[in-house]
Design a protein around this ligand. Structure first.
Ligand code: ADP
Length: 252
């Protein structure tokens, strides 16, 4: 009888989790959607160009929030069903970081924050999923920007033989020790004053684990945080041949 009781309890807990998830999602989707619908309706009856411009800005902002949320939900369901796939291809790590840095340099400067991108190797090509890696850096950097009022943000990597550490460091509000593990759980937010759903880090963790790596955080309250992802990497070399420009050979 106790086995049946335990199984029943487990099923109830799963049901409860799912219900909470759906309730959360419905609420989170409704908020930006209401803003988009509301401002769109207002625009129809507003003639003033300046006010319209402001409304367009709000609509754009909420479009972005909604799009990110929907993408995150899709990723979350992929994680849940174990179908998050990784497409490995030859990746120029320096170019990838520079790419991301260009965008965040602008965003950081808008907030009067310093931004630096640290690529210690003159050249580094690895086999990885560059889209997922970009998503990971974007998640880290979005948080760093969100939780840093002054100082600096650093994006970079380190290479130790066959391990690469990707990091984002900030001089922001930091994370209390009691919450440092919980922030990787879905929907968990340590600081509820900023915009967010608490999904970014749980997706980031799944990405890092999918790439056989480990995610970690080091932080001091009031001083800042550093998020790291450590991966095993195999260096690769770009090969140029008359027929194919972008296939690879390995160098150990
Ligand atoms: P969110 O969309 O809420 O930022 P995340 O999963 O990315 O979701 O982060 C979860 C929580 O972890 C955040 O709500 C915040 O409290 C904390 N956090 C994440 N990154 C940082 C950071 N760089 N500095 C301070 N707190 C952070």
């Amino acid at each position: 009888a106790s086995a049946i009781q335990a199984a029943t309890r487990k099923a109830r807990e799963a049901e409860q989790l799912k219900n909470t998830f759906i309730a959360n999602m419905s609420h989170e989707i409704r908020t930006p959607l209401n803003a988009i619908v509301g401002f769109s309706n207002l625009m129809i009856v507003t003639g003033d160009l300046e006010i319209r411009q402001e409304m367009i800005h709000h609509i754009e902002e909420n479009n972005e929030i909604l799009l990110r949320l929907v993408n995150d939900i899709i990723d979350l369901s992929k994680i849940e069903s174990g179908s998050m796939t990784f497409a490995y291809s030859l990746t120029d790590v320096n170019a990838l970081l520079q790419d991301v840095a260009t965008i965040y340099q602008i965003k950081a400067n808008q907030k009067k924050l310093q931004f630096s991108c640290e690529c210690p190797q003159k050249e580094l090509y690895i086999l990885t999923d560059k889209i997922r890696l970009k998503q990971l850096m974007t998640n880290f950097l979005t948080n760093a920007l969100k939780f840093t009022k002054q100082g600096s943000i650093r994006l970079g990597y380190r290479l130790d033989q066959d391990r690469m550490t990707l990091y984002v460091s900030d001089t922001g509000i930091g994370i209390p020790e009691t919450q440092r593990q919980s922030i990787f759980k879905r929907f968990y937010r340590a600081n509820k004053t900023a915009q967010g759903y608490g999904l970014g880090l749980s997706i980031s963790q799944a990405i890092v684990e999918g790439l056989n790596g480990e995610i970690s955080v080091e932080s001091e309250e009031g001083r800042g945080s550093t998020f790291r992802a450590i991966f095993p990497v195999k260096k690769a070399k770009p090969v140029t041949s008359p027929s194919a420009v972008n296939f690879s050979t390995f160098s150990d």
